[in-house]
Design a protein around this ligand. Sequence first.
Ligand code: S3P
Length: 173
Amino acid sequence: MNIVLIGYMGSGKSAVGSSLAKILGVKFLDLDAEIEKEVGMTIPNIFDKKCEIYFRKKEKAILFDLLKQHNKSVIATGGGTPCYGTIMQELAEKTNVSTIYLKASLDTLTKRLAPEKENRPLIAHLETEVELNDFIRKHLFERNFYYFQSENSVVVDNKTIQTIVEEIIADLF
Ligand code: S3P
């Protein structure tokens, strides 16, 4: 089984994913890191020097390549991965994939993302916490349509990584 973690930027996909993979004894794959490795550029540089459409095409191709290459893994996707084209449908059709939405509230996301927006091209330009909060509110509203198509979801607000991992394992096994 490949466990595919889905959720907005800052929802903890990478931290939860690496811990979950360690406990399950399977490989952890971070989609953003795989894209950076294959393209040979950082995510901000890809957005800047190539374009977002180039990034989205790579993101989809690399995700489905990883799912062909691996049968037991935890994959942390990027916040926008499930929100383009038919990715959620295609993931739902795969028998070796289980999708889990890490659901974080607007307040949690704003607090977490305010100090670490520089490496995230979609929000790096937002100057104040109010602007960031406004942006996330609208963006999350659009993206929830896709996120809610996940097979399982876990609320992550005010929980430790260990608790979230335990909840995921309880849902899956
Ligand atoms: C994006 C999220 C980022 C990264 C890129 C675009 C998005 O990943 O893929 O900056 O569209 O939400 P994280 O969710 O790991 O920050």
